[in-house]
Design a protein around this ligand. Structure first.
Ligand code: GTP
Length: 361
């Protein structure tokens, strides 16, 4: 999962390390004893009063040899610290930006990551014992967490606290694994002690009933379905009635994917909203769809507000762009990743452990 992205993040780490090593050897007092001696003996390090090795005052305009940055660096080196400067990061950050965009990370998200890294690393000092790699890893971790944790909440806790039955409606275009996700979540909830009923609100597509029925039978879960062409809100309503009458904890309602226009989609979801008032509306798309999934998440959220997202087929996605971008772009959290075709192949989206995994920690 996300192997291509992991490699690219690792390259950024080695890029900065190389850059910092080059800067360190440039500031090495053995290479420029005067600057270091001066810097370490004069905490003020005012370039105006800086003297060269022979004692003659240096020319303050001689920026190449006595620039405040260089002196600060030499001083930092002499005191066991090294300063990372904007110029050391320029090339690595450019390469990282290209790598993120190639990984289908949305442009605004890539920029936010870069800005966070820049503000964490520029001017950063480290003891000679600490590795630049650790500094970079910390900055990357903070930057990635900042964007992918947006809106995150504890799904299990939400279900535990909610009045039963909890109604969850799933939206998203057809063909992305929405029905499989509903089946996986029925299994996920069952494993946590909750009973579930499936309601097939996708009354639009021929064959949708048969498809979800196969899952219901395999999971031994009750399915509520109406004829093709029926009213999706009525199906989900019947699912809720069934749950209330039979003490079922959770109603999982499928819906048709994109209808002809977003106003159709909105009308459908608004009616479900009015009739059953779902506790959660979750958007489902494929992680492998990258930027397309990010755009669709945004469009669905605008058409009918979502509460969170599920990204399927993460097992087949080496890029990670959708997983990194969806929460930041929509302001709604990614809650689950689909990681295979089996019913147990679903994972809670855990920003901390995902970032650890991306950084090989
Ligand atoms: N590798 C992998 N395959 C998945 C995952 N989720 C679903 N699939 C597969 O994707 C294919 C489509 O899934 P379905 O749920 O049938 O998708 P669909 O019926 O087109 O989806 P909806 O119309 O959105 O309900 C099936 O072969 C699923 O097994 C996943 O997380 N990983």
């Amino acid at each position: 999962m996300f192997d291509g992205l992991k490699d690219k993040l690792d390259s950024f780490r080695s890029d900065v390390e190389e850059s910092a090593e080059a800067a360190e050897s440039e500031a090495d007092p053995d290479d420029d004893a005067a600057a270091a001696t001066e810097a370490s003996s004069d905490d003020g390090a005012d370039p105006e009063t800086t003297a060269d090795a022979d004692g003659t005052p240096s020319d303050p305009d001689d920026a190449d040899t006595d620039s405040p940055g260089r002196l600060q660096r030499a001083k930092a080196f002499a005191t066991g610290k090294v300063v990372l400067e904007e110029e050391d990061l320029e090339d690595p950050l450019w390469n990282l930006e290209m790598a993120l965009l190639e990984s289908d990370v949305e442009m605004g998200v890539a920029e936010a990551i870069l800005a966070e890294i820049r503000s964490n690393l520029v001017g950063e000092t480290k003891s000679q014992m600490a590795s630049t790699g650790d500094l970079v890893e910390d900055a990357l971790r903070d930057a990635l967490l900042e964007v992918i944790s947006v809106g995150q909440f504890d799904f299990d806790e939400r279900i535990a606290q909610a009045e039963k039955p909890v109604t969850i409606v799933f939206t998203g275009v057809n063909g992305v694994g929405k029905t499989t996700t509903i089946a996986k979540l029925a299994r996920y909830l069952e494993a946590r002690g909750y009973s579930a009923v499936l309601a097939n609100g996708d009354t639009y597509r021929a064959g949708a009933n048969e498809q979800i029925r196969e899952h219901a039978e395999a999971l031994d879960t009750r399915l509520i379905a109406h004829e093709q062409g029926g009213d999706p809100a009525a199906v989900v309503y019947d699912g809720v009635e069934y749950a209330e009458a039979n003490d079922v904890d959770v109603v999982l309602g499928d819906t048709a994917g994109r209808l002809h226009t977003s106003s159709d989609l909105m009308a459908q979801l608004e009616k479900i909203d009015r009739v059953v008032g779902p506790d959660l509306t979750l958007f489902v798309d494929e992680a492998v769809a990258g930027q397309d999934a990010v755009e669709r998440a945004q469009q669905f959220d605008e058409a009918a507000e979502i509460d969170g997202a599920v990204l399927t087929k993460a097992d087949a996605d080496s890029q990670g762009g959708a997983a990194i971008s969806v929460a930041y772009v929509t302001g709604k959290p990614v809650l689950f990743l689909g990681t295979g075709q089996g019913y147990d192949d679903i994972e809670r989206f855990d920003p901390e452990s995902l970032v650890d995994d991306l950084l090989g920690a």
